[in-house]
Write a protein that binds this ligand. Sequence first.
Ligand code: SAM
Length: 260
Amino acid sequence: MFYNFYNLSKYYDIAFSRDISREVEFFIHCFKNYASFEVKRILEPACGSGILLVAFAKQGYNITGYDSSPKMVEYAKERIEKSGYADKADVVLGDMRTMTFNPKFDVAINLINSLGYCLSNNDLISHFGSIAESLRKGGLYIVEISCACEDVTNEKKPDEIWFSEREGIKIEATWCPESYDLTNKIRHVNFMMKVEDGGKFFVFEEKHDLRLWFFEDFERMVQEAGFKIKAIYDQNYDLILNNDHITGELGALYYVLVKE
Ligand SMILES: C[S@@+](CC[C@H](N)C(=O)[O-])C[C@H]1O[C@@H](n2cnc3c(N)ncnc32)[C@H](O)[C@@H]1O
């Protein structure tokens, strides 16, 4: 499915800019703790505007991102060129459901629920298979997703609204999970951005369909693709000690998968 919003790469980048220093530290901690070799090469499916590509390049890693939105790829490419790290980071157009890479990478990372854009079981099986094919043995795949709430009424959260401003552009963004299709395991989300740019006002509104994850499905699919769940962390980067009961009530979680 095509989302116009991801064509508004500059506005996306302003609205989703965040301090990623702790997140990058956390990933490096996982590389050191869970990989049995020195991690040098990173792959980032659904890399968006490339915020992590430059951050990891600055830390000395070689990183390749890919995304299915040509505008995002263009934006990320410019960001890399401007950063002066084009020898360490690159970005290409590609679909995470099918794209594979050779030579293989040491680790892959997939953030902020982007895996939810693989909607059907077939898409997901194909995605995990493609990542497994693109990673060396013992390689890690670190994925950030939020599972469905055990009590579906907990899924209905108040609209999330946030404000961002950069280069004189002001954005008010609203991300509002609207309804849940439990049969097809889909979360319908309303996304809206009000933008003030150069004295002009725009409103962008669209619906995003995302996979409604159940931990059992996730666990089964990653195992079928040859991964093992090595650890799960919460948004404070604290280790979840009991993996027997993973639900959306815990919020978005980081899953550290190891390719066996
Ligand atoms: C929420 S953004 C994540 C961006 C980035 N990972 C970050 O941390 O800022 C989701 C991205 O997934 C991309 N996307 C959606 N479906 C995709 C697919 N099938 N293959 C590759 N990228 C996809 C969108 O174009 C968008 O850039």
